[in-house]
Design a protein around this ligand. Structure first.
Ligand SMILES: Nc1ncnc2c1ncn2[C@@H]1O[C@H](COP(=O)(O)OP(=O)(O)OP(=O)(O)O)[C@@H](O)[C@H]1O
Length: 217
């Protein structure tokens, strides 16, 4: 269970802007997907940043199966985030960019190489394994980043509008990969406004408003 209890945060500001203080609480079982909707500026990236460990909360608790995650740096939390920007390594070919998810030291086993090749085919990138990210379209780069995150097999996946702008076939392939991760026990937080994505993947929906998460029926 991913358990987030009154995880709170506020930005230091000098202006009297309208950004509220944030207080996030939710529970997410292994294999479950929670979708988060909310208007621009409502705090969706802030929520993901707190969960991933890129922002430090002012208070509250965050635990996975009872283990305190706040005590751990981002890379030890077992959480993988896919942001809107793809964060690929420009100097590495596609297959190695994906491989970094499986072996951060880039020493890939035969099985891992096979898994990468299969994964690339599943998301419609067959034959592009030797290209550099700069030689791909935006949608292709998005698929590389997603595939890297999904093959990593993290216990918690944070997805920020991951399927926007993709054609249906590609999106279906990526949905299938996310479902497989769910079946393997990953808890997924999906930031999305896309009704199809939400219906395809989310077990529960919530909305971010006034700095808090509210359930949506
Ligand atoms: N570094 C910062 N300093 C001060 N305020 C910030 C900072 N980053 C974000 N904010 C404010 O915090 C609020 C939440 O921002 P956040 O980026 O989490 O929203 P969001 O829901 O992800 O928005 P979008 O959908 O546009 O990406 C906004 O009002 C934003 O102006």
């Amino acid at each position: 269970m991913l358990e987030c209890r009154d995880l709170s945060f506020h930005y230091d500001r000098h202006d009297p802007g309208e950004t509220p203080d944030f207080h996030f609480s939710f529970r997410l079982a292994p294999g479950e997907c929670l979708s988060v909707e909310g208007p621009s500026g409502s705090g969706k990236s802030t929520l993901l940043g707190l969960l991933a460990g890129f922002l430090e909360p002012a208070g509250g608790t965050l635990a996975w199966q009872g283990q305190d995650l706040l005590a751990l740096p981002p890379w030890e939390r077992g959480i993988t985030t896919v942001f809107q920007e793809h964060n690929l390594f420009d100097q590495l070919p596609v297959w190695l960019n994906v491989g970094l998810g499986l072996a951060p030291d880039m020493k890939l086993t035969r099985e891992q190489r096979v898994r990468i090749r299969e994964g690339l085919a599943e998301v419609g990138l067959e034959g592009l394994q030797d290209r550099l990210p700069g030689e791909l379209s935006g949608g292709q780069r998005q698929r590389v980043a997603l595939l890297r995150a999904l093959l990593r097999g993290s216990r918690v996946l944070l997805l920020d509008e991951p399927f926007s702008g993709l054609d249906e076939t590609t999106r279906d392939g990526l949905w299938a990969l996310v479902r497989r991760q769910k079946a393997a026990g990953a808890a997924v937080v999906l930031v999305s406004h896309d009704r199809d994505d939400i219906e395809a993947l989310a077990d529960r929906r919530c909305r971010l408003e006034g700095g808090r998460l509210w359930p949506v029926d």
